[in-house]
Design a protein around this ligand. Sequence first.
Ligand code: ADP
Ligand code: MG
Length: 261
Amino acid sequence: MSSATTLEESLKRLKLVTLAERLDGWLETAAKQEWGYGEFLEKIVAEELSSKTSKRTDMGVRMARFPFVKTLEGFDFESQPSLDPKRIRELAACRWVANGDNVVFLGPPGVGKTHLAVALGVEAIRGGYRTLFVGAQSLIASLTRFHQEGRLEEKLKQLAQYKLLIIDEIGYIPIDQLGANLFFQLISRRYEKGSMILTSNQSYANWGEIFGDPIIASAILDRVLHHATTVNIKGESYRLKEKRKSGLLSQHPDEPKRETL
Ligand code: ADP
Ligand code: MG
């Protein structure tokens, strides 16, 4: 290597971008601090690695198409006594994703189901797992469209590329017979291969109604729940609670628990 410029170019060609940018600073510090070769190498490699990891996470988060990006650090466990923080932190370690298991969040609107689903999704991405977030309604609409175009297989294959598929808001809108059938095919395809997070405002007992057919609902639940953790969240909407705290709403705890969207 004849000059620093050549070294910088080589580093860029090796895609060691952070190192290429920060090389001068590192060389100066190393000389000042009289670092040994090993120490120097360790430090520059560690920095490059952490910058690459955080770039990969940012990219994964963008590709996951979350409706918002929220993390576990931003979740207030104190205001949600029905949840055991230890249990959620355990899930954040993502062993269940490695095993192809599922997580289901059940509870009324506004209690943090989507927040926690996104937060676990971000953890999965940090762990290197490809993740996609979809709303149940748009997922079923898209499965139906592909089916009608004779391209269902293509869509199922595309969805199979994600190690974690988050399906949000099952149960807000009833699903028609074709939709239920296609959803079942998706669930069967992922069974014991890819993980899912499902969220629903309806207890399992009501899934027969959501899918318009108790048999298909129990076939779906049978596969989903075979290796799954169900997290029941109780209580009232976080947003309502916050508003009440700030005096924007009356103090009556018994008023209808409705989201003001
Ligand atoms: P759900 O999906 O259960 O209807 P969300 O996850 O969308 O509810 O939560 C509604 C809003 O309240 C979101 O902005 C979410 O970040 C926030 N939220 C809910 N629970 C909590 C909590 N315990 N700590 C912090 N924010 C919360
Ligand atoms: Mg939600």
